[in-house]
Design a protein around this ligand. Structure first.
Ligand code: AMP
Ligand code: MG
Length: 390
Protein backbone atom coordinates (compact mmCIF):
# COMPACT_ATOMS: atom_id res chain seq x y z
CA UNK A 1 0.00 0.00 0.00
CA UNK A 2 2.93 2.39 0.61
CA UNK A 3 3.42 2.57 -3.17
CA UNK A 4 -0.08 4.00 -3.50
CA UNK A 5 1.09 7.40 -2.24
CA UNK A 6 -0.09 10.09 -4.64
CA UNK A 7 -2.30 7.70 -6.59
CA UNK A 8 -6.06 7.72 -6.88
CA UNK A 9 -8.11 4.94 -5.30
CA UNK A 10 -9.96 2.75 -7.78
CA UNK A 11 -12.05 1.12 -5.06
CA UNK A 12 -14.07 2.31 -2.10
CA UNK A 13 -12.74 1.23 1.29
CA UNK A 14 -15.31 0.03 3.82
CA UNK A 15 -13.97 -0.74 7.26
CA UNK A 16 -13.79 -4.39 8.23
CA UNK A 17 -12.48 -3.42 11.67
CA UNK A 18 -13.56 -1.45 14.69
CA UNK A 19 -10.86 0.97 15.82
CA UNK A 20 -9.94 1.16 18.58
CA UNK A 21 -11.06 -2.46 18.89
CA UNK A 22 -11.95 -2.00 22.58
CA UNK A 23 -12.18 0.80 25.13
CA UNK A 24 -8.54 1.66 25.80
CA UNK A 25 -6.75 3.97 28.17
CA UNK A 26 -5.68 7.35 26.78
CA UNK A 27 -3.19 7.88 29.62
CA UNK A 28 -0.69 6.21 31.88
CA UNK A 29 -2.60 6.01 35.18
CA UNK A 30 -5.25 3.98 36.97
CA UNK A 31 -8.43 2.40 35.62
CA UNK A 32 -11.33 2.50 38.04
CA UNK A 33 -15.09 2.72 38.48
CA UNK A 34 -16.07 6.40 38.38
CA UNK A 35 -18.70 5.76 41.03
CA UNK A 36 -15.94 4.80 43.48
CA UNK A 37 -14.29 8.19 43.07
CA UNK A 38 -17.43 10.31 43.25
CA UNK A 39 -16.76 11.65 46.75
CA UNK A 40 -13.01 12.30 46.35
CA UNK A 41 -11.87 15.78 47.52
CA UNK A 42 -8.50 17.31 48.35
CA UNK A 43 -9.46 17.17 52.03
CA UNK A 44 -11.27 13.82 51.72
CA UNK A 45 -9.16 11.56 49.55
CA UNK A 46 -10.51 8.22 48.36
CA UNK A 47 -8.19 5.21 48.44
CA UNK A 48 -8.57 2.31 46.01
CA UNK A 49 -6.63 -0.96 46.19
CA UNK A 50 -4.51 -1.72 43.11
CA UNK A 51 -5.68 -5.14 41.93
CA UNK A 52 -3.33 -5.74 39.00
CA UNK A 53 -1.47 -4.07 36.12
CA UNK A 54 -2.37 -3.98 32.41
CA UNK A 55 0.24 -3.05 29.82
CA UNK A 56 -0.43 -1.92 26.22
CA UNK A 57 -1.19 -5.09 24.32
CA UNK A 58 -2.03 -6.89 27.57
CA UNK A 59 -5.31 -7.90 29.18
CA UNK A 60 -6.99 -7.96 32.56
CA UNK A 61 -6.85 -11.24 34.54
CA UNK A 62 -10.38 -10.61 35.87
CA UNK A 63 -13.06 -7.93 36.19
CA UNK A 64 -12.38 -4.97 38.45
CA UNK A 65 -14.38 -5.10 41.65
CA UNK A 66 -15.85 -2.09 43.46
CA UNK A 67 -13.18 -0.32 45.50
CA UNK A 68 -10.39 -1.49 43.19
CA UNK A 69 -8.19 0.22 40.64
CA UNK A 70 -5.88 -1.26 38.00
CA UNK A 71 -2.49 0.17 37.05
CA UNK A 72 -2.88 0.85 33.31
CA UNK A 73 -0.79 2.24 30.46
CA UNK A 74 -1.68 4.22 27.35
CA UNK A 75 -3.31 2.03 24.72
CA UNK A 76 -4.06 -0.84 27.13
CA UNK A 77 -7.64 -2.17 27.15
CA UNK A 78 -9.83 -1.13 30.06
CA UNK A 79 -10.57 -4.05 32.38
CA UNK A 80 -14.19 -5.20 32.59
CA UNK A 81 -15.92 -3.22 35.30
CA UNK A 82 -13.81 -0.08 34.86
CA UNK A 83 -15.33 2.95 33.15
CA UNK A 84 -12.71 5.69 33.59
CA UNK A 85 -8.98 6.30 33.90
CA UNK A 86 -7.30 8.83 36.15
CA UNK A 87 -3.87 10.01 34.93
CA UNK A 88 -0.99 9.17 37.25
CA UNK A 89 -0.05 12.88 37.58
CA UNK A 90 -3.35 13.51 39.36
CA UNK A 91 -3.03 10.95 42.14
CA UNK A 92 -0.65 9.77 44.79
CA UNK A 93 0.03 6.08 44.68
CA UNK A 94 2.02 3.26 46.22
CA UNK A 95 2.41 -0.24 44.81
CA UNK A 96 -0.67 -1.35 46.72
CA UNK A 97 -3.07 1.61 46.58
CA UNK A 98 -3.94 4.80 44.77
CA UNK A 99 -5.33 7.94 46.47
CA UNK A 100 -7.66 10.24 44.56
CA UNK A 101 -8.20 13.89 45.54
CA UNK A 102 -10.89 14.75 42.95
CA UNK A 103 -13.87 12.93 41.41
CA UNK A 104 -13.55 11.22 38.02
CA UNK A 105 -16.33 11.14 35.39
CA UNK A 106 -17.38 8.08 33.41
CA UNK A 107 -15.31 8.01 30.21
CA UNK A 108 -12.49 10.26 31.45
CA UNK A 109 -9.17 9.48 29.69
CA UNK A 110 -10.76 6.59 27.80
CA UNK A 111 -10.73 6.15 24.04
CA UNK A 112 -13.92 4.31 23.37
CA UNK A 113 -14.16 1.33 21.04
CA UNK A 114 -14.99 2.44 17.49
CA UNK A 115 -14.44 6.16 18.09
CA UNK A 116 -12.22 6.17 14.99
CA UNK A 117 -14.02 3.70 12.69
CA UNK A 118 -16.54 0.91 13.03
CA UNK A 119 -17.10 -2.23 10.95
CA UNK A 120 -19.08 -1.20 7.88
CA UNK A 121 -18.11 2.50 7.95
CA UNK A 122 -17.30 3.89 4.50
CA UNK A 123 -13.81 5.27 5.12
CA UNK A 124 -12.33 6.16 1.71
CA UNK A 125 -14.09 6.66 -1.61
CA UNK A 126 -13.04 5.60 -5.09
CA UNK A 127 -11.45 8.73 -6.54
CA UNK A 128 -9.82 9.81 -3.28
CA UNK A 129 -6.17 10.75 -3.58
CA UNK A 130 -3.96 8.63 -1.32
CA UNK A 131 -1.90 10.81 1.02
CA UNK A 132 -0.10 9.93 4.25
CA UNK A 133 -3.31 9.87 6.33
CA UNK A 134 -5.11 7.62 3.83
CA UNK A 135 -2.08 5.27 3.79
CA UNK A 136 -2.11 5.13 7.58
CA UNK A 137 -5.82 4.31 7.59
CA UNK A 138 -5.34 1.58 4.98
CA UNK A 139 -2.57 0.10 7.11
CA UNK A 140 -4.69 0.30 10.27
CA UNK A 141 -7.47 -1.55 8.44
CA UNK A 142 -5.02 -4.27 7.43
CA UNK A 143 -5.13 -3.33 3.76
CA UNK A 144 -1.61 -4.00 2.55
CA UNK A 145 -2.87 -3.98 -1.06
CA UNK A 146 -5.31 -1.58 -2.62
CA UNK A 147 -6.56 -0.91 -6.15
CA UNK A 148 -5.42 2.42 -7.61
CA UNK A 149 -5.48 3.99 -11.04
CA UNK A 150 -2.31 3.41 -12.95
CA UNK A 151 -0.02 6.23 -13.99
CA UNK A 152 -0.41 7.11 -17.66
CA UNK A 153 2.72 6.35 -19.75
CA UNK A 154 3.95 9.27 -21.79
CA UNK A 155 6.47 8.88 -24.63
CA UNK A 156 8.45 12.07 -25.22
CA UNK A 157 10.48 13.05 -28.24
CA UNK A 158 12.15 16.19 -29.47
CA UNK A 159 12.79 17.16 -33.04
CA UNK A 160 15.40 19.36 -34.65
CA UNK A 161 18.83 19.27 -36.32
CA UNK A 162 20.04 21.98 -33.92
CA UNK A 163 19.38 19.95 -30.79
CA UNK A 164 21.92 18.21 -28.57
CA UNK A 165 21.67 16.41 -25.25
CA UNK A 166 22.86 18.43 -22.21
CA UNK A 167 26.42 17.06 -22.25
CA UNK A 168 26.79 17.68 -25.99
CA UNK A 169 28.73 20.53 -27.56
CA UNK A 170 26.77 23.67 -28.41
CA UNK A 171 29.36 24.86 -30.88
CA UNK A 172 28.04 26.15 -34.19
CA UNK A 173 24.75 27.41 -32.78
CA UNK A 174 23.46 24.15 -31.41
CA UNK A 175 21.17 24.22 -28.40
CA UNK A 176 20.37 21.76 -25.66
CA UNK A 177 17.02 20.02 -25.95
CA UNK A 178 15.75 21.51 -22.74
CA UNK A 179 12.19 20.56 -23.71
CA UNK A 180 13.06 16.90 -23.11
CA UNK A 181 13.64 17.85 -19.48
CA UNK A 182 10.79 20.27 -18.91
CA UNK A 183 8.26 17.93 -20.49
CA UNK A 184 9.46 14.83 -18.62
CA UNK A 185 9.42 16.80 -15.38
CA UNK A 186 5.95 18.13 -16.08
CA UNK A 187 4.80 14.56 -16.72
CA UNK A 188 6.20 13.35 -13.41
CA UNK A 189 4.74 16.26 -11.58
CA UNK A 190 1.35 15.47 -13.11
CA UNK A 191 1.59 11.87 -11.87
CA UNK A 192 2.52 10.29 -15.22
CA UNK A 193 5.47 8.06 -16.16
CA UNK A 194 7.58 9.60 -18.91
CA UNK A 195 9.79 7.66 -21.31
CA UNK A 196 12.25 9.70 -23.33
CA UNK A 197 12.64 8.51 -26.91
CA UNK A 198 15.37 10.96 -27.93
CA UNK A 199 15.90 13.56 -30.62
CA UNK A 200 14.59 13.07 -34.16
CA UNK A 201 16.62 14.80 -36.85
CA UNK A 202 14.76 16.96 -39.37
CA UNK A 203 14.00 14.17 -41.85
CA UNK A 204 10.56 12.58 -42.17
CA UNK A 205 11.99 9.03 -41.84
CA UNK A 206 13.83 9.92 -38.62
CA UNK A 207 10.73 11.46 -37.15
CA UNK A 208 8.57 8.54 -38.25
CA UNK A 209 10.92 6.04 -36.61
CA UNK A 210 10.79 7.83 -33.24
CA UNK A 211 7.05 8.44 -33.40
CA UNK A 212 6.52 4.73 -34.07
CA UNK A 213 8.57 3.91 -30.98
CA UNK A 214 6.05 5.90 -28.94
CA UNK A 215 2.85 4.38 -30.30
CA UNK A 216 2.54 1.94 -27.38
CA UNK A 217 2.27 4.78 -24.86
CA UNK A 218 -0.97 6.26 -23.54
CA UNK A 219 0.13 9.71 -24.62
CA UNK A 220 2.79 10.79 -27.09
CA UNK A 221 4.27 14.26 -26.67
CA UNK A 222 6.62 15.71 -29.25
CA UNK A 223 8.04 19.19 -29.34
CA UNK A 224 8.96 21.33 -32.33
CA UNK A 225 8.34 20.75 -36.00
CA UNK A 226 4.71 21.84 -35.95
CA UNK A 227 5.00 25.30 -37.52
CA UNK A 228 4.95 26.01 -41.22
CA UNK A 229 8.71 25.80 -41.79
CA UNK A 230 10.22 23.61 -44.53
CA UNK A 231 11.40 21.10 -41.92
CA UNK A 232 8.20 20.85 -39.91
CA UNK A 233 7.19 17.26 -40.54
CA UNK A 234 5.24 16.37 -37.42
CA UNK A 235 1.76 16.80 -38.91
CA UNK A 236 2.30 14.96 -42.19
CA UNK A 237 4.17 12.10 -40.50
CA UNK A 238 1.48 11.70 -37.86
CA UNK A 239 -1.18 11.54 -40.55
CA UNK A 240 0.86 8.98 -42.45
CA UNK A 241 0.93 6.82 -39.30
CA UNK A 242 -2.85 6.92 -39.08
CA UNK A 243 -3.27 9.65 -36.50
CA UNK A 244 -6.44 11.72 -36.90
CA UNK A 245 -5.54 15.36 -36.29
CA UNK A 246 -8.28 17.02 -34.27
CA UNK A 247 -6.87 20.54 -34.32
CA UNK A 248 -3.84 22.57 -35.21
CA UNK A 249 -3.33 26.22 -34.32
CA UNK A 250 -4.79 27.58 -31.12
CA UNK A 251 -5.49 31.28 -30.71
CA UNK A 252 -3.16 31.66 -27.80
CA UNK A 253 0.24 33.10 -27.06
CA UNK A 254 2.59 31.47 -26.43
CA UNK A 255 1.72 28.18 -28.12
CA UNK A 256 -0.12 28.91 -31.35
CA UNK A 257 1.18 25.92 -33.41
CA UNK A 258 -0.08 23.24 -30.95
CA UNK A 259 -1.32 20.06 -32.67
CA UNK A 260 -3.60 17.47 -31.14
CA UNK A 261 -4.61 14.15 -32.63
CA UNK A 262 -5.52 10.61 -31.72
CA UNK A 263 -5.50 7.08 -33.04
CA UNK A 264 -8.41 4.66 -33.06
CA UNK A 265 -9.02 3.53 -29.48
CA UNK A 266 -6.55 0.74 -28.54
CA UNK A 267 -4.59 1.38 -31.75
CA UNK A 268 -2.41 4.20 -30.54
CA UNK A 269 -1.95 7.10 -28.14
CA UNK A 270 -3.31 10.58 -27.79
CA UNK A 271 -0.78 12.78 -29.51
CA UNK A 272 0.26 16.30 -28.58
CA UNK A 273 2.62 18.06 -30.97
CA UNK A 274 3.85 20.91 -28.83
CA UNK A 275 5.59 23.92 -30.32
CA UNK A 276 9.39 23.87 -30.04
CA UNK A 277 9.96 27.13 -28.23
CA UNK A 278 10.70 26.25 -24.61
CA UNK A 279 8.01 28.49 -23.11
CA UNK A 280 5.40 27.52 -25.71
CA UNK A 281 6.09 23.85 -25.00
CA UNK A 282 5.74 24.29 -21.25
CA UNK A 283 2.63 26.47 -21.41
CA UNK A 284 0.80 24.24 -23.88
CA UNK A 285 1.72 21.23 -21.76
CA UNK A 286 0.27 22.96 -18.73
CA UNK A 287 -2.96 23.93 -20.44
CA UNK A 288 -3.62 20.90 -22.66
CA UNK A 289 -1.54 17.87 -21.62
CA UNK A 290 -1.59 18.14 -17.85
CA UNK A 291 -5.40 18.07 -17.48
CA UNK A 292 -5.52 14.97 -19.71
CA UNK A 293 -2.88 13.18 -17.63
CA UNK A 294 -4.72 14.08 -14.44
CA UNK A 295 -7.96 12.74 -15.86
CA UNK A 296 -6.23 9.52 -16.96
CA UNK A 297 -4.78 9.16 -13.44
CA UNK A 298 -8.31 9.07 -12.05
CA UNK A 299 -8.26 12.54 -10.55
CA UNK A 300 -11.36 14.68 -10.60
CA UNK A 301 -9.50 18.00 -10.15
CA UNK A 302 -7.76 18.44 -13.50
CA UNK A 303 -6.79 22.07 -13.30
CA UNK A 304 -4.44 24.33 -11.39
CA UNK A 305 -5.81 26.51 -8.64
CA UNK A 306 -6.31 30.15 -9.57
CA UNK A 307 -6.04 33.28 -7.44
CA UNK A 308 -7.27 36.82 -7.97
CA UNK A 309 -4.50 39.37 -7.93
CA UNK A 310 -3.91 43.08 -8.39
CA UNK A 311 -1.80 43.81 -11.45
CA UNK A 312 1.03 46.15 -10.47
CA UNK A 313 1.97 47.31 -13.96
CA UNK A 314 0.05 47.92 -17.18
CA UNK A 315 0.05 45.18 -19.87
CA UNK A 316 -0.68 45.63 -23.57
CA UNK A 317 -1.16 43.28 -26.52
CA UNK A 318 -2.85 42.99 -29.87
CA UNK A 319 -6.40 41.70 -29.65
CA UNK A 320 -7.02 38.23 -31.17
CA UNK A 321 -5.24 35.66 -29.04
CA UNK A 322 -5.48 34.79 -25.37
CA UNK A 323 -2.13 35.54 -23.75
CA UNK A 324 -0.79 33.54 -20.85
CA UNK A 325 1.51 36.06 -19.22
CA UNK A 326 4.10 34.59 -16.90
CA UNK A 327 3.86 36.52 -13.65
CA UNK A 328 5.41 36.50 -10.22
CA UNK A 329 3.01 36.84 -7.33
CA UNK A 330 3.55 38.50 -4.00
CA UNK A 331 1.20 38.20 -1.06
CA UNK A 332 0.47 41.54 0.62
CA UNK A 333 -2.06 42.54 3.28
CA UNK A 334 -4.62 43.39 0.57
CA UNK A 335 -4.07 40.11 -1.31
CA UNK A 336 -1.88 38.88 -4.16
CA UNK A 337 -0.06 41.31 -6.47
CA UNK A 338 1.10 40.21 -9.93
CA UNK A 339 3.98 41.40 -12.07
CA UNK A 340 5.20 40.18 -15.44
CA UNK A 341 8.42 38.14 -15.19
CA UNK A 342 9.92 40.30 -17.93
CA UNK A 343 10.60 39.49 -21.57
CA UNK A 344 7.64 37.37 -22.64
CA UNK A 345 9.22 35.98 -25.79
CA UNK A 346 8.37 32.30 -26.17
CA UNK A 347 12.07 31.44 -26.25
CA UNK A 348 12.85 33.10 -22.91
CA UNK A 349 12.76 30.22 -20.46
CA UNK A 350 13.59 32.61 -17.62
CA UNK A 351 10.08 33.96 -17.91
CA UNK A 352 8.97 30.52 -16.67
CA UNK A 353 11.79 30.08 -14.16
CA UNK A 354 10.64 33.18 -12.31
CA UNK A 355 6.91 32.61 -12.74
CA UNK A 356 4.53 31.67 -9.97
CA UNK A 357 1.69 31.51 -12.42
CA UNK A 358 0.03 32.35 -15.71
CA UNK A 359 -2.05 35.49 -15.96
CA UNK A 360 -4.94 35.02 -18.36
CA UNK A 361 -5.09 38.06 -20.65
CA UNK A 362 -8.34 37.65 -22.58
CA UNK A 363 -8.26 37.24 -26.39
CA UNK A 364 -10.32 40.33 -27.23
CA UNK A 365 -8.61 42.59 -24.68
CA UNK A 366 -5.71 44.84 -25.65
CA UNK A 367 -4.90 46.51 -22.38
CA UNK A 368 -4.83 45.79 -18.67
CA UNK A 369 -4.28 48.88 -16.52
CA UNK A 370 -2.05 48.96 -13.46
CA UNK A 371 -4.34 48.19 -10.51
CA UNK A 372 -6.61 45.93 -12.59
CA UNK A 373 -7.89 42.77 -10.92
CA UNK A 374 -6.61 39.74 -12.79
CA UNK A 375 -6.90 35.96 -12.57
CA UNK A 376 -3.70 33.94 -12.26
CA UNK A 377 -3.39 30.17 -12.63
CA UNK A 378 -0.89 29.14 -9.98
CA UNK A 379 1.88 26.85 -11.23
CA UNK A 380 4.14 26.94 -8.20
CA UNK A 381 2.78 25.36 -5.01
CA UNK A 382 5.66 27.03 -3.13
CA UNK A 383 3.59 30.19 -3.34
CA UNK A 384 1.50 28.85 -0.48
CA UNK A 385 4.44 27.72 1.62
CA UNK A 386 5.91 29.89 4.32
CA UNK A 387 9.25 30.60 5.94
CA UNK A 388 7.51 31.26 9.27
CA UNK A 389 4.96 29.12 11.06
CA UNK A 390 1.42 30.41 10.82
P1 AMP B 1 10.63 24.61 -34.50
O1 AMP B 1 9.22 24.28 -34.05
O2 AMP B 1 11.38 23.41 -34.90
O3 AMP B 1 10.61 25.70 -35.49
O4 AMP B 1 11.34 25.18 -33.21
C1 AMP B 1 11.02 26.43 -32.65
C2 AMP B 1 12.09 26.90 -31.73
O5 AMP B 1 12.16 26.04 -30.60
C3 AMP B 1 13.48 26.89 -32.32
O6 AMP B 1 14.17 28.05 -31.88
C4 AMP B 1 14.11 25.65 -31.77
O7 AMP B 1 15.50 25.73 -31.68
C5 AMP B 1 13.50 25.59 -30.41
N1 AMP B 1 13.45 24.20 -29.96
C6 AMP B 1 12.96 23.18 -30.67
N2 AMP B 1 13.04 22.03 -29.98
C7 AMP B 1 13.59 22.34 -28.79
C8 AMP B 1 13.93 21.56 -27.65
N3 AMP B 1 13.73 20.25 -27.60
N4 AMP B 1 14.46 22.21 -26.58
C9 AMP B 1 14.67 23.53 -26.63
N5 AMP B 1 14.36 24.31 -27.67
C10 AMP B 1 13.83 23.73 -28.76
MG1 MG C 1 12.89 22.75 -35.82
Amino acid sequence: AADALGRVLAEAIVSTRTLPPADVSAMDGYALRAADAASARADAEVELAIAYEIAAGGGAPRALRPGEAARIFTGAPLPPGADAVVPQEEVSASAAAVRLRAPVAVGDSVRSAGEDVRVGDPVLAAGDVVGPAQLGMLAALGRSQVAVHRRPCVAILSGGDELVEPDGSIEGGRIVSSNSYTIAAQCREAGAEPTYLGIARDRPEALEALLRAGLHADVLVSSAGVSVGDHDYVRPVLEKLGCRLAFWGVHMKPGYPLVFGSFEPERGPLVFGLPGNPVSAMVTFELFVRPVLRKMSGRSAWFRPAVDAVLDEPLRKKPGRTHFVRVSLERRPDGFHARSTGNQSSGVLRSMVEAHGLLVFAAEASELAAGARVRVQVLDPALFEAAEPA
